[in-house]
Design a protein around this ligand. Structure first.
Ligand code: BEZ
Length: 211
């Protein structure tokens, strides 16, 4: 079963490089990112895990816990971690789920047999404090992900969870945002006493709300 936006992120118990976890207990009421990679000891995956490890301060600053996953066993993850530290100049600093029996991969639909019938695809799930799935994306084995983009999405998700706004194409922190259509002009006037810029009645811009 594929997982759709708004679904509860399925719970599971799994062995990881940092011990056995119950996913929901481990996550608590934080934001979380669960991401899968196809296989240990492969080149693109090695760069991806090094990149995520280097971004740890950025994830921490946003209150996001990160966990990786592949169908390799935990001793393979541990052995590969030494290569990641050596080649990427950064040790892995988040748990890696070992899923040799594909229990979690099946729950999260991470094996796409028409792409490859044994390897997990490169998926990312951003999960909110309410355990609901806020973002899914899936890349092929041949394309490494852009984790700055995933941080950008987290920024948008965290902003739009607090304020009735949406973020436009290519938005980044500090950029103007859009008042969502569900907010009437009357309600917008109360919220934004300095007004807004309207390109169309449905396209109303305000500076990014703070706080
Ligand atoms: C890689 O991470 O480089 C990779 C993994 C599986 C298939 C192809 C490439």
């Amino acid at each position: 079963m594929s997982i759709r936006l708004g679904d509860e992120a399925p719970n599971f118990t799994a062995e990881t490089t940092e011990g056995t976890i119950d996913f929901h207990d481990w996550k608590g009421d934080s934001w979380a990112i669960l991401f899968s990679h196809p296989k240990d000891f492969t080149p693109v995956c090695t760069t991806e895990l090094g990149t995520v490890a280097k971004l740890k301060d950025e994830f921490d600053r946003r209150g996001v816990k990160v966990v990786g996953l592949s169908v390799d066993p935990v001793d393979s993850h541990a052995e590969w971690a030494a290569d990641i530290a050596e080649t990427q100049g950064q040790a892995v600093n988040f748990p890696l789920i070992a899923d040799p029996d594909r229990k979690v991969s099946d729950l999260y639909d991470l094996i796409h047999p028409n792409a490859n019938d044994t390897l997990t695809v490169r998926s990312v799930f951003v999960i909110g404090p309410d355990n609901k799935v806020k973002l899914t994306l899936t890349y092929p084995a041949s394309t490494g992900r852009n984790f700055d983009e995933i941080l950008r999405v987290v920024d948008s998700l965290q902003l739009t969870a607090k304020h009735q706004v949406a973020t436009p194409a290519d938005w980044e922190q500090g950029g103007d945002v859009i008042i969502v259509p569900a907010v009437s002009d009357e309600d917008a006037a109360a919220k934004y006493p300095d007004g807004w810029r309207a390109d169309k009645p449905y396209l109303r811009w305000v500076p990014q709300p703070q706080g």
